[in-house]
Design a binder for this molecule. Structure first.
Ligand code: SAM
Ligand code: SF4
Length: 338
């Protein structure tokens, strides 16, 4: 279908939605403290999770209504037994969307090559520290070596670019920004720091102690010459050129410098709920549509389209984290998809 024939997901503030973040599971192999408590047990019901066919039905129809980019996430997406099949089926769609995946990297050693062969091009790996002890403190698991071997496997499989996401926590790893950047540059990875957001299941987020983008930038600027890049587009990361080169470091200042005005993202949870924002208090049920035996494929397509458009029409101008009326969503980050 040509550009003119394509449906467009434009909201009341003129934002065109092209990017769908798809959570494949709320389960995880780590327990990053800023995401979920180590004894977390409030999992989604397994019978509510979309199976491969249901998921594909939604993604196919999402592409038909204007989605051009899909990022697979979670929880930990590589825990899905059908992850390679999902990647392969999305990559084989007519009008296939750009496809990427965000992972903690633990299973990349065995999966990087099959994923690349199935059509995955780009990958984001989350790593907050280079220190084994700190990694264990932060994630409750002694598995930093699996992340490093996963990264090597991703590079060997030709996944590129490899982006690293890091969250800094006061008193835990907030002195590590320059070391992480030196490491990422030496390894050829592209590093982005993410401000901690009030989305964790344990409710530990605290505005007074969160490490702000300003603090990260100041720490990096002591060791690197950083110049802000101008053309940011809809990217959540503000990029800075390093030491006069074309290499960059990104800072995602979701809390202190919200970028909602350029947001082009929607989110699908692993139990089939469509959200217009990480911080939405409302969801649109797509699971009941793809599970309705009385609907024909054409009716399912029509209903999914309607529900995407309704979700976009209900999108608020901003996330409201900095408003006194802010309410943290009931679903934590791990069950929405980061
Ligand atoms: N498990 C995968 C991973 O860790 O990359 C994918 C899901 S995780 C929720 C996606 C990203 O969200 C990670 O980079 C993680 O650091 C980030 N994240 C989780 N909780 C966060 C929070 N409260 N504030 C900011 N970023 C958070
Ligand atoms: Fe798991 Fe990712 Fe959350 Fe860490 S940030 S607990 S790896 S979902």
């Amino acid at each position: 279908m040509g550009e003119l024939g394509m449906s467009q997901l434009i909201d009341n503030y003129g934002r065109k939605h092209r990017d769908l973040r798809v959570s494949l599971t709320d389960r995880c192999s780590l327990r990053c403290s800023y995401c979920m408590p180590h004894d977390f047990s409030d999992w989604l019901k397994s019978e509510h999770l979309l199976n491969t066919d249901e998921l594909m039905l939604i993604i196919e129809n999402a592409v038909a209504v204007g989605i051009e980019e899909v990022r697979l996430t979670g929880g930990e997406p590589l825990l899905r037994a059908d992850i390679v099949e999902i990647v392969s089926r999305i990559s084989s769609l007519p009008n296939a969307p750009k496809l990427s995946l965000t992972t903690n990297g633990l299973r990349l050693k065995e999966l990087a090559k099959p994923l690349a062969d199935a059509g995955l091009e780009r990958i984001n790996v989350s790593l907050d520290t280079l220190d084994r002890g700190r990694f264990k403190t932060l994630t409750y698991r002694d598995r930093i070596d699996d992340v490093f071997s996963g990264l090597s496997a991703a590079r060997a499989a030709g996944l590129a670019p490899i982006k690293i996401n890091a969250v800094l926590l006061q008193g835990v790893n907030d002195d590590e920004a320059p070391a992480l950047l030196k490491w990422a540059l030496a390894e050829g990875f592209s590093l982005r720091f993410i401000e901690q957001m009030p989305l964790d299941a344990g409710g530990i987020w605290n505005r007074e102690t969160m490490v702000t983008a300003g603090v990260v930038l100041a720490a990096l600027s002591k060791e690197f010459d950083l110049v802000a890049a101008t053309d940011r587009g809809s990217s959540p990361a503000e990029e800075f050129f390093i030491n006069g080169t074309q290499e960059t470091v990104g800072i995602i200042a979701s809390v202190t410098q919200p970028f909602c005005g350029a947001c082009d993202r929607l989110r699908l949870t692993s139990d089939g709920q469509l959200r217009s924002c990480l911080f939405s208090l409302e969801e649109m049920d797509l699971r009941s549509v793809v599970r309705n035996p009385e609907l024909s494929p054409a009716q399912i397509a029509q209903e999914i389209s309607t529900r995407f458009h309704k979700t976009v029409a209900g999108k608020l101008p901003g996330h409201g984290i900095n408003d006194v009326t802010f309410i943290q969503p009931r679903r934590p980050m791990s069950a929405i998809g980061g």
